[in-house]
Design a protein around this ligand. Structure first.
Ligand code: GCW
Length: 647
């Protein structure tokens, strides 16, 4: 499509493949996709051979998505047992470029660590009066719908599918988990739109999932109740789901946000979330579908005066007691942290608490709380920390392993923006998500390097270096100039962009920092606080409980401490706040400088967009610095030891 940036698949990324003689062996839709990708006549003496394993005997080693790569006698061979594997093998060759055609190499085996690698869209069909069309979307409108209707031209959906498949993503939930009235109808009378989108995702091995409203039997079916124990409600789901599969035989399943932020759910009938989820799971099971049931359930009408309620506790309190009660095709989808995609949160204790439940971990590629795709913020280092975290301590399973049974999900950051993601560098987050879902142990900076190589195939060492300088540490830079030491929020209510230190302090949302003249932070200890630390297994329950062992970066998440409290780094809390905020805002300016030196090396469309975003980041970072520093100076009366300007 003209005017749309090719993201990490520009024509030049295919140079090495397209200059080779290629042979593709096998049958099936995805094999045909590979054939179309190589766009070369079958050759009798190929240099690249992509084939489905002839003998079914080997099936099972590589699974549906795996492949092998081998180079011998001047031929590079990709072998897969199933068509999807061939597609992933093809894109692996694209990533390797010339390196795939160099010296002979022994067989490499590639298999994804996680079976379902999914992006969730928070797209609405209609324009929502407050949220716009894409809830928390910073990349324009929806790729799927426009002016209340399915887009007439869905070719860009196919391009999107291609981008996603090339980094390993194999599932997309197409609509917002807040299912409003119009969007509820996608399940029934507007199902044709879902089918049309699925038809564009399918050639790239991507299954389509749909967010549904728990009250659908009432809202769409005209029934009196959606009670999971009501036979009519259950039957409505069965019949409706059967129709979905008649229309879309490879439909992936449902995503449900229930009893959360105003969405309906089983609590209305006094039923548990396991009962609610199982009703949908039972309707999906005969067709091989799954329900992703979100664990984001908390009281959003809290009274700030009520110190006994701690939002961080909510998901565990609601779900841990239900472990073992969910059907096999019900996947509990847990946000990676206990609150809400803040710049720094501990790993959710739910992830360690439900060994008898299939879990999926949800990340947020869309940068709701991390700069809204106006700030450079490469999130893979954060995700990597989450995925490697061992909730039971050293030697125990990592989060990536615990999520292995359910999968990894990211809220998409893509929209109809010509750069897909608003900030051109935010494309790297989508790419890195897919790569980490495939290989959670991969080094996030190596992934970034891979993304640079594909996106800027002619990058000079200077450009490559500048991009690393801008992006490698950008998440920590963002952390430095925003809310300190894991305390979170301090953002403008509603929009969640820019600073407003007390914006949420007396609100019903359960997001408080409790700063006063003496100190700041939330006491979540068992000894004197909300007891949240007790939701972790050892050693973390004790590590987080004590100010002496709690990691600095999470100190204010777990503890309320005086401003003079000395961190493990040796600095006091107040001085740390000043130092990091001055440093963070300076780093934002350095990020802009780094780009100024190389911007002319890329097309002017990218350069123009970059400059506009970088100017805003520098402005916003200074605003954060000054509001946070001033706020804490006024509260504490403690001057900056370095005598810098605080207002
Ligand atoms: O934090 C909240 C966001 C909402 C979002 C919700 C969720 C889709 O501000 O916009 O709603 O999280 O994850 O359900």
């Amino acid at each position: 499509m003209t005017g749309v940036h090719p993201a990490w698949l520009p024509a030049e990324a295919f140079r090495a493949v397209n200059s080779r003689r290629v042979a593709v062996h096998g049958e099936g839709l995805l094999v045909d996709t590979v054939r179309a990708e190589v766009a070369a006549a079958e050759s009798s003496s190929p240099e690249l051979v992509l084939s489905l394993a002839a003998s079914p005997g080997s099936r099972g080693v590589l699974g549906d998505d795996g492949f092998t790569l081998e180079r011998a006698d001047g031929v590079t061979r990709i072998v897969a047992e199933a068509p999807a594997g061939l597609l992933y093998g093809f894109f692996h060759v694209v990533r390797l470029g010339e390196a795939a055609f160099g010296a002979d190499r022994p067989v490499e085996v590639h298999r994804p660590a996680l079976r379902r690698r999914m992006v969730d869209h928070w797209d609405n069909v209609d324009i929502h009066p407050i949220m716009g069309q894409v809830e928390r979307g910073y990349a324009g409108g929806s790729l799927f719908w426009e002016r209340g209707a399915l887009r007439a031209d869905l070719s860009r959906v196919r391009d999107y599918a291609r981008l996603l498949a090339s980094c390993g993503i194999n599932a997309v939930a197409i609509n917002n988990v807040n299912v409003h009235r119009t969007e509820a109808h996608l399940l029934t009378d507007r199902l044709g739109e879902v089918a049309a989108i699925a038809a564009h995702l399918r050639p790239y091995g991507i299954r389509t999932h749909l967010s549904v409203n728990f009250a659908s039997p009432i809202v769409l079916g005209g029934l009196a109740t959606a009670d999971p124990r009501d036979p009519a409600a259950r039957q409505w789901w069965e019949v409706t789901t059967r129709r979905v599969y008649e229309t879309i035989p490879d439909f992936g399943g449902y995503v449900v946000k229930a009893d959360s932020e105003g969405q309906s759910g089983p609590f209305a009938y006094g039923r548990s979330h396991a009962e609610g989820a199982n009703m949908l799971a039972d309707a999906l099971a005969p067709h091989g579908g799954v329900v992703h049931w979100r664990a984001f359930v908390y009281n959003h009408r809290q009274d700030w005066r009520d110190r006994s309620t701690d939002r961080a506790r909510a998901a565990y309190d609601h779900f841990a007691p239900l472990d073992g009660q969910f059907r096999d095709n019900a996947i509990l989808q847990v946000k990676h942290g206990p609150m809400d995609f803040q710049t720094r949160e501990p790993v959710s204790p739910v992830i360690a608490a439900m060994p008898g439940t299939r879990l999926a971990v949800e990340l947020q590629a869309t940068q709701e709380y991390t700069g809204q795709q106006r700030h450079v913020c490469y999130l893979a280092p954060m995700w990597s920390e989450v995925l490697r975290f061992q909730p039971h301590g050293d030697g125990g399973p990592a989060v990536a392993t615990l999520a292995g049974s359910g999968g990894l999900v990211a809220v998409s950051n893509a929209g109809d923006d010509p750069f897909w993601t608003g900030h051109p560098l935010a494309q790297a987050n989508l790419y890195a998500f897919g790569r980490l879902a495939w290989a959670p142990d991969a080094d996030p900076l190596t992934i970034l390097d891979e993304w640079i190589g594909l996106t800027f195939p002619d990058a000079t060492p200077q450009l490559r270096q500048a991009l690393h300088a801008m992006m490698d540490d950008s998440w920590r830079t963002y952390e430095r100039y925003t809310a300190p030491l894991g305390v979170g929020f301090m953002v403008r209510p509603g929009r969640h962009y820019g600073p407003d230190v007390d914006g949420y302090e007396y609100s019903p949302w359960g997001t408080y920092h409790f700063a006063d003249r003496d100190g700041v932070g939330v006491d979540r200890t068992r000894a004197t606080g909300t007891g949240y630390t007790g939701q972790y297994p050892q050693p973390w329950a004790d590590t987080y409980e004590s100010v002496d062992t709690c990691p600095d970066e999470l100190l204010l998440f777990f503890h309320h401490v005086p401003y003079g409290h000395v961190l493990r780094s040796g600095s006091t809390v107040i001085q740390h706040i000043y130092d990091t905020h001055f440093a963070g805002a300076d780093e934002a300016a350095q990020i802009r400088d780094a780009w100024s030196a190389v911007g002319h090396l890329v097309g002017s469309d990218v350069d123009d967009r970059m400059r506009e975003r970088l100017d805003e980041q520098v402005r916003s970072a200074a605003e954060w610095r000054d509001q946070i520093n001033t706020y804490f100076y006024r509260k504490s009366g403690v001057p900056d030891a370095k005598g810098r300007r605080i207002y």
